[in-house]
Design a protein around this ligand. Structure first.
Ligand code: BEZ
Length: 210
């Protein structure tokens, strides 16, 4: 069964490079990014894992726990991690799931048989403190992900969870945001006494709150 936005992220218990993890217990009330890789000892994945590890201060700042997945076993993960450290200047500092039996890959529908019937595609699930799925991305094996974009989305998700706003195209943290259409002008005047800009009745910008 496929997972959709707003669904509860399925729980699982599995071996990882940081020992056995029960996903919901490990995640607690933090945000989480669960992302899959096609296979160990592959070039694009090597760069992705080094990149995610180097972004640790950014994940920590946002209270995000990251967890990767590859369909190989722990012995391969350990050997590959040495290569990641050597070539990327940073080894794993987050758990990498060993999923040779496709337990989590199947649960999260990470194998797309028309792309490849045994390897996982590059899936990304962003999961909120309430364990609900907030974002799903699917990339082909040949395209490495942009983790700055994933951080940008998390900034938007965290902002819009706390304020009645939406973020426009290419928005970055600190830029003006859009007042949610459900908020009337009268309500908006109360919430934003410093004012807001109305380009159309449905398109109103305000400085980023909070
Ligand atoms: C890679 O991670 O480099 C990769 C994996 C599977 C197919 C193509 C590229």
């Amino acid at each position: 069964m496929s997972i959709r936005l707003g669904d509860e992220a399925p729980d699982f218990t599995i071996d990882t490079t940081d020992g056995e993890i029960s996903f919901h217990d490990w995640k607690g009330s933090s945000w989480a990014v669960l992302f899959s890789h096609p296979k160990d000892y592959t070039p694009v994945c090597t760069t992705e894992l080094g990149t995610v590890a180097k972004l640790k201060p950014e994940w920590d700042k946002r209270d995000v726990k990251v967890i990767g997945l590859s369909v190989d076993g722990l012995a391969d993960h350990a050997g590959w991690n040495k290569d990641i450290e050597e070539t990327q200047g940073q080894g794993l500092n987050f758990p990498l799931i060993a999923d040779p039996d496709h337990k989590v890959s199947d649960l999260y529908d990470m194998i797309h048989p028309n792309a490849n019937d045994t390897l996982t595609v590059r899936s990304v699930f962003i999961i909120g403190p309430d364990n609900k799925v907030k974002l799903i991305l699917t990339y082909p094996a040949s395209t490495g992900r942009n983790f700055d974009e994933i951080l940008r989305v998390i900034d938007s998700l965290q902002l819009t969870a706390n304020h009645k706003v939406a973020t426009p195209a290419n928005w970055k943290d600190g830029e003006d945001v859009i007042i949610a259409p459900a908020i009337s002008d009268d309500e908006a005047k109360e919430i934003y006494p410093a004012g807001f800009r109305t380009l159309k009745p449905y398109l109103r910008y305000v400085a980023q709150p909070g």
